[in-house]
Design a protein around this ligand. Sequence first.
Ligand code: HMG
Ligand code: MG
Length: 304
Amino acid sequence: MNLPKQVTIKEVGPRDGLQNEKAIIPTENKIEWINLLSQSGLSYIEVTSFVHPKWIPQLADAIEVAKEINRAKDVTYAALVPNMKGLQGALATNVDEISVFMSASEAHNKKNINKTIKETYPVLEAVIGEAKKNDKSVRGYVSTAFGCPYEGEISVEQVVSVSRQLFDFGIDELSLGDTIGVADPLQVKEVLTVLKDTFPTKKMALHFHDTRGTALANCLMALQMGFDTFDSSLGGLGGCPYAKGASGNLATDDLLYMLDRMGIKTNINQTKLQEAAQYIQQFIPKPLPSHQMQICSQEGSATR
Ligand code: HMG
Ligand code: MG
């Protein structure tokens, strides 16, 4: 097998993980969690999103969180932004990277950001341009790239078309989202074969949700195809509130376990990462779904 020697894991837990959580977590505890994540060796953390608080009440404290975290030297801190208003908030906090997002499917785009795909393009073009003027790197998410909760299958041509627009507007990296966790490894191979022929592999990341337990298998397929950047959320926290069933991102701790065992370098310390997972668990009213967290809780009860 031809596998990358090193992989970058982009932690999206403080944004994608928390956005679905009903019980509001105090701002100081989010900050403390991000500070622990920063000490684990992760090189990238998406810390919050500057969306409408009516839509995502959990992240209404975006400005405070992004401003008050202790920024580690070697970590890139990113925030999700839907429009100019969100960008203004993000710029006021001096995050390093802006993440814009839209869907490959019309229906999910409309539910998620209240615009058609066509209406979204000029908004994102302006946001990307302005972010660049402010020396920010920009990543673009394409959601529902492997399936939509409303429209079902999405053609690869549609994924390519939306991705091309985002690259044309100037994004530095594309993150392909399996928003509702429907993808399987053969579909991943099919879609990524086309994407690899169209855009540089080094400029693409995979954002798998583990709704149906296929996320690690999908990662393995992508790894074999030369992809080396993956988004994940510690403990498997997360989901998209506008995509029914999109519970649980691929868990960072499970991904790290697999990569470590395979001898693929990440520079992340498992023990420190697990401490960060235990910390956030205190504020989540259900057990975090990752396998690593389940093992920890079993070991905890076995020794009590
Ligand atoms: P809208 O209602 O169409 O916005 O919402 P609007 O432009 O018509 O403005 C209406 C009001 O909202 C105005 O206030 C604006 O100022 C205000 P008013 O004049 O009525 O007082 N407003 C804002 N307030 C705060 N922050 C803003 C903002 N923008 C306008 N940024 C909007 C459009 C995009 C804002 C809304 O639909 C929204 O916030 N959506 C966010 C949905 C979301 O966060 N979804 C989850 C993230 S995406 C995801 O999880 C997928 C991903 O993980 C990848 C994957 O898994 O596939 C990334
Ligand atoms: Mg997501």
